[in-house]
Design a protein around this ligand. Sequence first.
Ligand code: SAM
Length: 248
Amino acid sequence: THFGFQTINESEKSQKVHKVFQDVARNYDKMNDAMSFGIHRIWKDIFMMRLAPTKNTKLLDVAGGTGDIAFRFLNYMKHSNCEECHVVVSDINENMLKVGKQRSEDLKYNPKLISWQQADAESLPFKDNSFNAYTIAFGLRNVTHIEKALEEAYRVLQPGGRFMCLEFSQLNNSTLQWFYDQYSFQVIPTLGHIIAGQWHAYQYLVESIRKFPNQEKLLELVQQTGFQDITYENLSMGIVAIHSGFKL
Ligand code: SAM
């Protein structure tokens, strides 16, 4: 059977997520471009524009993988006078972080402004109130207990700090959703097989998108954690959504 279609228990899920990203790390960036026709870059650019960091932003990017959000943060800060700005990229998977660190060196980012920390989103190794911004992009659907990850986000943010999540969501038109599902279930695993030799890993990714709470449900979960002023914005008609909330 294909594991994407099995009912898996919690510890199986975390092991499988770990294995998926361990296996795809090297080809992760290439695959993102192929699967989304490069559009993930635009979604991430918009995400950073919405965060609109300032010279004092201390950002924690959780499930930060190979650094896409952190690099956008640093690019954004190039134009402002970064006084205390800093980004910590944290991810549960050491292979993804390894690829990210190498990219950071190759792209010549200032190592003082970025650090890398292996960590589980559900139990972060940071003190309470340590950051004034928290981002998680295409990461929340991979954690086993979303609520725990949200509680940790709340805990490590300072009062006034902002939570932002970029994640696959649901299209607001059922016909388009049908076409999108066909694309996802047929094309993505095939591309995963051709480009990365990983059919099952990409089938898991598609399945995890299906199971993830839709825009309204995620908003509720964020609200239940204690965040306030919560909003969401659909991009590409809801293929992805940006949720934002504040710890007040
Ligand atoms: N944020 C990056 C981006 O947008 O390109 C990477 C997203 S990638 C689809 C998902 C990442 O979530 C992987 O790097 C994976 O290792 C990480 N991940 C999965 N479960 C996690 C957990 N419990 N805690 C932290 N990171 C996790």
